[in-house]
Design a protein around this ligand. Structure first.
Ligand code: SF4
Length: 432
C-alpha cells in the first residue's frame, strides 16, 4: 500500500491530524457499520495509544482523539482489524452516506448496501477519483424512514417507485428533499455516480474542491446536458422525497422482518469511552447480529435484535450511560470539541452543552459551536449557540431565508440565559 497522500487538513485513518488534546484518527465505516470484534479493537486502540476518547461523527464514522507518540502502532492495529481503505489513496474518498437502517428499514425501496459496496469499491480503486477532495461526499438514500436528509452532499441519489419500477433520482450540491435533476434506472445508478464524478473532475479547476464551487460558475443545466451524453437519464416528473420522520434513531423500531427491531441510543454529546464501546459490542453479540451501526446523529444502533430482547438492550444501553429515551434533553444536544481540544474554540462547548441539558425542561435540538466552522453539524440546526467568549454565546434560529446558522436572535448569552430563553420559546405556541 502506498502511503503517499495529498495534503489535507481532514483526519483520516492514515493521516493523524494534531489538535490541542493530541492526534485525531478518523475511521470511515462502510454504511456506518462495524463488527463487534472491530469495535473492541477501536476500544483497545483508544485505550492503549490515545487518551481513551472515541467520537461518533456526524457522517456515521468513528474517530479516536488524544493520540500520543504511538500513532503508527494505533494505525497498524486498526489496519489489522480490516478498518482501513483498500489502498492508502482511497481512504479520503470513502465518503458515501447511507441510512443507518439500510437493508432493514420498512419503508426502503431497495437494499442500498450492494450498490454502496460497488460505489465504494470504485471510489477507492479508480485512481482518478483520488483527486477528489477529502470532503467530497455522496449520499445514497434508499427511501428509508430513518434517514438524515439535511446534510448537503456533492451528489445525492434517492430511490423511488414509478409504475412498479425502482428509479433513482439524483441532484447536485444539495439534499434529497430538494429538487431532483433527473432519474436513472436502478441498474444505471453506479454508472451515474461514475459519470457525475468524472464530469466534475473534467470541468473543475483546482479551486473547485466541491460541486457547489463548480456550480457557482457553471449553470447546472450545462452540467446536466454534458452528463446526458455519458449516461441515460430520465426526466423526473413531480417527484419529491418525503420528509424523514424525526427521532427514529432513539429507541426500538420494527424492521422489515417481523419480530425484529433495531435499537438506537445516543452517547452523550457523541462521545464514548473504551468500556462503553466494549459494552455495546457485548450487547451486539448477545442480542443482535454482532454488528453496530453508527448514525449521522452521532448516535448508534444495534440491528437485527429480536423484538422480545429490545428492552434488555435498552436497559443495557442505560447501564452504559447511553441515552436511549427521546425525552432526555442531552440526547438532542450536539457540540463540537470546543476550546478543550480545539485551538479555534472560544468556549468549552461540550461542558456548556452538558450544563445546558440540565437546565432545559424538555427535549430541544440545540447545536453549540465553538466557532463558525460548525464541525459538529453538517446541516443548519434549528437552534445554534455560537460561542463568542468563554461561557457566552450568540443565539441563532434556523431561517431558510438566511445563510449560515440562520437569524440572529440574541447576543452574548450565558448558558443560563440561553436556557431561560429557549424554555420560554418552547412553551410559546406562537414561537414554537
Ligand atoms: S467548530 Fe470551531 S471550535 Fe468547534 S471543533 Fe470546529 S474548528 Fe474547533
Amino acid at each position: 500500500m502506498s502511503t503517499a497522500l495529498r495534503p489535507s487538513a481532514c483526519p483520516g485513518l492514515l493521516r493523524i491530524v494534531q489538535a490541542l488534546d493530541g492526534g485525531i484518527c478518523r475511521i470511515k465505516l462502510n454504511g456506518g457499520s462495524i463488527s463487534a470484534d472491530q469495535a473492541d479493537v477501536v476500544a483497545d486502540a483508544a485505550e492503549r495509544f490515545a487518551g481513551g476518547v472515541i467520537e461518533a461523527t456526524n457522517r456515521g464514522n468513528l474517530q479516536i482523539r488524544g493520540i500520543g507518540q504511538q500513532s503508527a502502532e494505533l494505525i497498524d492495529l486498526l489496519l489489522a482489524a480490516g478498518l482501513g481503505p483498500k489502498s492508502a489513496a482511497g481512504d479520503d474518498v470513502r465518503n458515501l452516506m447511507l441510512s443507518p437502517a439500510a437493508g432493514i428499514d420498512r419503508q426502503m425501496h431497495f437494499d442500498t448496501r450492494v450498490l454502496a459496496e460497488q460505489i465504494l469499491d470504485t471510489l477507492q480503486s479508480h485512481p482518478r477519483f483520488h483527486e477528489l477532495s477529502a470532503k467530497f461526499a455522496v449520499q445514497l438514500d434508499g427511501g428509508e424512514a430513518l434517514a438524515m436528509l439535511e446534510h448537503p452532499h456533492d451528489l445525492w441519489l434517492s430511490a423511488f417507485e414509478r409504475e412498479g419500477e425502482t428509479l433513482v433520482a439524483f441532484g447536485l450540491a444539495g439534499c434529497p428533499t430538494g429538487p431532483a435533476l433527473g432519474a436513472v434506472a436502478l441498474e444505471n445508478a453506479h454508472a451515474l455516480v461514475v459519470a457525475v464524478l468524472e464530469l466534475f473532475l473534467d470541468l473543475a479547476r483546482p479551486e473547485h474542491t466541491r460541486m457547489r464551487h463548480l456550480l457557482d460558475e457553471l449553470p447546472i443545466s450545462a452540467f446536466l446536458e454534458q452528463l446526458k451524453t455519458r449516461v441515460q437519464i430520465n426526466a423526473v416528473i413531480a417527484w419529491q422525497r418525503a420528509p424523514a420522520a424525526q427521532g427514529l434513531h432513539i429507541g426500538a423500531y420494527p424492521q422489515t422482518r417481523s419480530g425484529e427491531v433495531y435499537v438506537g441510543a445516543v452517547p452523550p454529546l457523541g462521545r464514548l469511552d473504551p468500556s462503553m464501546l466494549r459494552g455495546i459490542a457485548r450487547l451486539a453479540r448477545q442480542f443482535g447480529d454482532a454488528t453496530l451501526r453508527f448514525t449521522p446523529w452521532q448516535s448508534l444502533l444495534l440491528p437485527n435484535v429480536k423484538e422480545t430482547n429490545a428492552s434488555a438492550v435498552l436497559k443495557g444501553f442505560e447501564r452504559l450511560n447511553l441515552l436511549s429515551r427521546a425525552s432526555e434533553p442531552l440526547a438532542h444536544l450536539i457540540a463540537c470539541t470546543g476550546s478543550a481540544g480545539c485551538v479555534k474554540g472560544v468556549a468549552d462547548t461540550k461542558q456548556d452543552a452538558g450544563h445546558l441539558a440540565t437546565l432545559l425542561p424538555s427535549a430541544l435540538d440545540v447545536h453549540l459551536s465553538g466557532c463558525r466552522r460548525s464541525c459538529a453539524a453538517a446541516h443548519c440546526a434549528s437552534t445554534t449557540l455560537l460561542a463568542v467568549s468563554p461561557g457566552h454565546y450568540d443565539l441563532y434560529f434556523r431561517d431558510a431565508a438566511q445563510p449560515g446558522f440562520g437569524a440572529l436572535h440574541a447576543r452574548n448569552l450565558t448558558i443560563e440565559a440561553a436556557a431561560t430563553l429557549l424554555a420560554g420559546r418552547a412553551r410559546s405556541p406562537i414561537d414554537a
